[in-house]
Design a protein around this ligand. Structure first.
Ligand SMILES: NC(=O)c1ccc[n+]([C@@H]2O[C@H](COP(=O)([O-])OP(=O)(O)OC[C@H]3O[C@@H](n4cnc5c(N)ncnc54)[C@H](OP(=O)(O)O)[C@@H]3O)[C@@H](O)[C@H]2O)c1
Length: 291
């Protein structure tokens, strides 16, 4: 069992992994890296704020506090924020520090089919996968599709809409973040079994129109896709924290155009095998959120 697991950011996947590890009977010590913000400590589960767990505030991933966070760590879980010009340098710094600290295993949460290099968001991941594979660290690479949790069921019920910047008829792969966290927990607890693996982890392929129908049927409320042009969608996102520069805007625009034409589907066999059960579905996600 690993002594200390380092979770390198506070993305939704990282937060699900932390919760899953905390709820495991054989929970290792968890160390989470976060940027400092008012009240940030309170956004973590209370158990994480006391020994043996810790929350490390890091302002600069090139600084000594960042490097020190890797000391004594057995397993790193890295899932960096997307649409950041610094995504690649942050991830490379993370891999380098893991190597210096002689970390035993590095779990990188990438993206489904990074070979789709027309997408900037995927092209970055392909380079990072190569960098990790050539780092001589023991690694596992996870390649998830869209997270079901990108759609807030409660918000869709309040507004009656799922906002979308591409076709609602195109199929996409999805994974329930609970399943992703379960897979990470299993790897963290037994990393040797998953050494040098790259796993495509898809739970279900489905279109957003069919998702809206499922939410409507289960909730008995009317929810539909609110389809905008890619320009309208980017304009809407411009006011958010995620789209603050030309890099983010350009990456997002490419993603919308690509998803409209191709979608992003994959196969569910690997996730079923990793979980030892059927992967979570939209039906299950919606019912859980409404219960
Ligand atoms: N979303 C998906 O469907 C999906 C699917 C497959 C793969 N991925 C991959 O998963 C990763 C995360 O994407 P995401 O969409 O889940 O999350 P995200 O929107 O990229 O990340 C959200 C969180 O990251 C933290 N963050 C943002 N900017 C930061 C910065 N400059 N420094 C440190 N932390 C920062 C913030 O947490 P705080 O507010 O707590 O600071 C923010 O809430 C990406 O690499 C993406 O490619 C995502």
């Amino acid at each position: 069992m690993p002594r200390t697991v380092l979770v390198t950011s506070t993305t939704p996947a990282c937060r699900h992994v932390v919760s899953k590890l905390l709820s495991s009977p054989d929970c290792p010590a968890i160390r989470v890296i976060t940027r400092s913000a008012v009240g940030i400590q309170e956004t973590f589960p209370p158990q994480l704020r006391s020994e043996p767990h810790s929350i490390i505030l890091v302002e600069d991933f090139r600084g000594p506090v960042f490097a020190a966070a890797f000391r004594g760590v057995s397993v790193v879980f890295h899932n960096g924020p997307v649409l950041l010009p610094s995504e690649e340098t942050m991830a490379i710094a993370t891999i380098d520090e893991a190597r210096i600290a002689r970390v035993e295993h590095f779990v990188f949460c990438s993206v489904l089919q990074p070979i789709r290099v027309k997408l900037t968001t995927h092209k970055v991941k392909l380079r990072l996968e190569e960098y990790l594979i050539e780092s001589r660290l023991n690694y596992t690479i996870l390649q998830p599709p869209h997270y079901m949790q990108n759609v807030s069921i409660r918000h869709s019920l309040v507004t009656g809409k799922i906002p979308l910047g591409y076709s609602p008829n195109t199929s996409h792969g999805f994974i329930d973040l609970v399943d992703l966290a379960t897979v990470v927990r299993n790897i963290v607890m037994d990393p040797v079994q998953h050494r040098f693996a790259r796993y495509e982890i898809v739970g279900q392929n489905i279109s957003y129109n069919d998702i809206a129908s499922a939410i409507s049927r289960i909730s008995r409320r009317n929810v539909r896709c609110d389809v905008m042009t890619s320009q309208e969608f980017v304009e809407k996102m411009r006011t958010s924290e995620e789209v603050r520069n030309e890099y983010a805007e350009d990456s997002l625009m490419r993603l919308l155009v690509y998803y409209d034409r191709w979608g992003l589907t994959g196969n569910t066999n690997v996730l079923r095998w990793l979980l030892g059960r059927e992967p979570g579905t939209w039906e299950g996600y919606v019912r859980r959120e409404l219960s």
